[in-house]
Design a protein around this ligand. Structure first.
Ligand code: 13P
Length: 341
């Protein structure tokens, strides 16, 4: 049985057009982003970067929840205040990524399955005691010649559902993230066909594992052509395909859908989310918002570059992206918002 409190948390996470900040890059991913900007890849630099993010003034105006990584949830500001407290004081609900990453799926060359179910009940108990109120698990599905296979889709959907059930048992809201990757030159129609099969399989598994849909959030990809595709569809086509597909695949009891950005540019991610809300707001049964990582953080990271004299400018950039994306989840974003000094 899930509690009123859990359902309430799920609703609060998508209320008032706010969205989520994904700042749960694993050590490896965070180091990769640092290396690209010649930022030293140390625990202290990662802590310092995350301190810049969580102390951004006014972040809670647009951000309802922040997804942390195991290293980050245990860290503090330089004055000793735990990040979890800094976030809670700012009105931002702390969450935690609990999967252990996507690993090669035996018997399926080129495909992956996300690991991390063993010992998860005990880890949930620890994270909840620390103050986390929601969690995230990401499955990755690649599109290429002959893939994804049915075996890969089913293995990932099953793991997502097992995770979501354990998460609700522990009193945390599961964010269910089946990401169809943008890597490659596939068309929007191919992305649509694969995402359709993936999401129908995920909801079938959620049903079989007794996951309560009113106490979870979905974090999907938008329906887009691959990053290497020559043709990129206009916003209207992306919005039409994404929303029509989601209306047929996601039950109305799910309180919210929060998109990942997946490698889109910051402005395109905002513009596409905006188009969906502007055009379809009146018929959407769930909140349609953002749970972006790169599309929120990248400009701030590029300004900060490991130099604390850039903190204020980096925080302004993060605040600005969060504000643009909240406007997009109201259907009120437009690119004149980008012309700030
Ligand atoms: P991106 O928005 O950078 O895709 O990150 C979101 C996320 O949480 C991926 O798991």
């Amino acid at each position: 049985m899930i509690t009123e409190q859990l359902i309430n948390t799920a609703r609060i996470l998508v209320a008032n057009h706010k969205g989520l900040l994904a700042m749960d890059e694993s050590v490896g991913t965070c180091n990769k982003r640092f290396a690209a900007l010649s930022i030293p890849q140390t625990v202290e630099m990662r802590r310092s970067y995350r301190e810049m993010i969580v102390t951004t003034p006014g972040l809670g105006e647009s951000i309802s929840g922040a997804i942390l990584f195991d290293e980050t949830i245990r860290q503090q500001k330089s004055d000793g205040t735990p990040f979890i407290k800094v976030l809670s004081d700012a009105g931002i609900i702390p969450g935690i990524k609990v999967d252990m990453g996507a690993k090669p799926l035996a018997g399926f060359p080129g495909e992956k399955v996300t690991e991390g179910l063993d010992g998860l009940r005990a880890r949930f108990a620890e994270y909840r005691a620390m103050g986390a109120r929601f969690a995230k698990w990401r499955a990755v599905i690649a599109i290429d010649n002959g893939i994804p296979s049915r075996g890969c889709i089913e293995a990932n959907a099953h793991a997502l559902a097992r995770y979501a059930a354990l998460c609700q048992e522990a009193g945390l809201v599961p964010i269910v993230e089946p990401e169809v990757l943008m890597d490659g030159a596939h068309s929007l129609q191919q992305c649509l066909a694969v995402t359709k099969e993936v999401l129908h399989t995920v909801f079938e598994q959620l049903y079989k594992q007794h996951v309560s849909l009113e106490g979870m959030l979905l974090k999907p990809n938008m329906i887009l052509s691959g990053l290497a595709a020559k043709f990129q569809d206009p916003e209207k086509i992306v919005a039409e395909n994404t929303v029509n597909f989601l209306l047929g695949a996601v039950p109305a009891t799910v309180p919210g859908i929060a998109f990942l950005s997946g490698g889109q540019s910051t402005e395109l991610a905002s513009a596409r989310l905006n188009q969906m809300n502007k055009q379809y707001k009146a018929v959407l049964p769930w909140a349609l918002t953002f749970s972006f990582g790169r599309a929120l953080q990248q400009p701030a990271l590029e300004i900060w570059r490991g130099d604390n004299s850039n903190i204020l400018a980096a925080q302004e950039a993060l605040y600005h992206r969060a504000k643009c994306n909240r406007a997009a989840s109201m259907g009120k974003y437009n690119n004149t918002m980008e012309n700030i000094v």
